[in-house]
Design a protein around this ligand. Structure first.
Ligand SMILES: [Zn+2]
Length: 375
């Protein structure tokens, strides 16, 4: 197994602002936990620093006008109507170096895709990536440039069939939009239901258009969905579709805002539940480009992506966090210095309510989408 980890120290330069939930500290925290576990110096695993993506590379998905606006606001120029491009106070703030940050995230995911496309790695992980909400001409949901779309486009250049699996708590709307009519890219997103959470989309009826009908798959879930409800629903939908589609490569968006302590969402997964899903996905498709995504309770981000990277390298980790990281993780709010979380204790009727909703969504997918794949 040849793997590659993409990481840059440059992220420390950027800041969405003191009130913003997307904290750059999460990337350094993740790196330090990986390092403490010995995962940044594994035999067979390369560690690489990305170069910023060139404007031309970003322009393969994003409009020139939008890119010029990003460059202008990033340099501190006043741009009238920046709000028309999703920019301004709130989710997608204007901060110095915004364009350089966008180039860096795109460059990291393009490097991961290139390593796999050129057969230099079987699995590559760029955990600063996975900014799945950005649209061609609009920033959205903390995302300015859609690195996941750019990575998929890079893999498509090889003529490969690409499966995109997104387990972030939010719908992967930007990626779905990009490939909505394309039957060579299967997008699957599991997320909290769109009538309860941003971005408001991701229902089963969003199945693709034209030749792409059946190649956009959405599994929306009820608030309070925990591992016990999530895993059977995932199992009923994702492995059969991947087996039928037979992708050459899989792009994973590994947002961990699905965790039960995440401050922005309402799903109830644990780190070990997340890791079980990642391991299952790795069994199904050998070539993988993995990206990060959401996650706003910082110790969860570090623990989940460290566990995911260990899984990609088939390394088993000690459950107790390395001593040198415990103090820092406690400072960010982690109560027990463990990779695993205590099991969720949900009232039985809450779990049944979540289970019933998941059961209906799975049935709708199996009825409407499975036959299109001869399942
Ligand atoms: Zn998210």
């Amino acid at each position: 197994m040849r793997t590659a980890l993409i990481h840059s120290d440059e992220w420390r330069r950027f800041d969405y602002g003191p009130e913003h939930p997307l904290r750059m500290e999460r990337l350094g925290l993740t790196w330090r936990l990986m390092e403490a576990y010995g995962l940044t110096a594994l035999p067979g695993a390369r560690v690489l620093t990305p170069e910023p993506a060139l404007l031309e590379a970003v322009a393969r998905f994003h409009g020139r006008d939008y890119i010029e606006i990003l460059r202008a606001v990033s340099a501190g120029d006043w741009v009238p109507h920046a709000a028309r491009y999703g920019l301004g106070p709130g989710d997608n703030p204007i901060f110095p170096g915004l364009w350089e940050a966008a180039q860096l995230v795109a460059g990291g995911s393009l490097l991961a895709a290139q390593l796999v496309a050129e057969d230099q790695a079987d699995r590559a992980f760029h955990f600063a990536g996975g900014l799945h909400h950005a649209m061609p001409d609009r920033a959205s949901g903390f995302c300015y440039v859609n690195d996941a779309v750019l990575a998929i486009m890079r893999l498509r250049e090889r003529g490969w069939r690409v499966a995109y699996v997104d387990i972030d708590a939010h719908h992967g709307d930007g990626v779905q939009f990009a490939f909505y009519r394309d039957p060579s890219v299967l997008t699957i997103s599991t997320h909290e239901r769109g009538d309860r959470l941003f971005p408001g989309t991701g229902f089963v009826v969003e199945m693709g258009e034209g030749d792409g009908v059946g190649f956009s798959v959405n599994l929306p879930l009820q608030p309070f969905t925990d591992d016990a409800v999530y895993q059977p629903a995932f199992e009923a939908v994702v492995p059969p579709l991947l087996c039928a589609f037979k992708p050459d490569v899989m792009v994973l968006q590994l947002g961990i805002d699905s965790h039960r302590t995440d401050p922005l969402t309402h799903l109830c997964l644990t780190v070990q539940g997340f890791t079980t899903v990642v391991k299952r996905l790795l069994q199904l498709v050998p070539r993988v480009v993995a990206l990060g995504g959401g996650g706003y309770d910082l110790p969860n981000v570090a623990r989940a992506w460290t566990a995911a990277w260990a899984a990609m390298n088939e390394v088993t980790l000690a459950e107790t966090l390395p001593a040198e990281c415990q103090k820092e993780m406690a400072r960010f709010g982690l109560k027990v210095p463990s990779l695993c979380d205590p099991p969720a204790e949900l009232p039985e009727d809450t779990r049944r309510w979540a289970e019933e909703y998941a059961r209906r969504q799975v049935a709708a997918i199996r009825e409407n989408i499975f036959p299109l794949h001869r399942l």
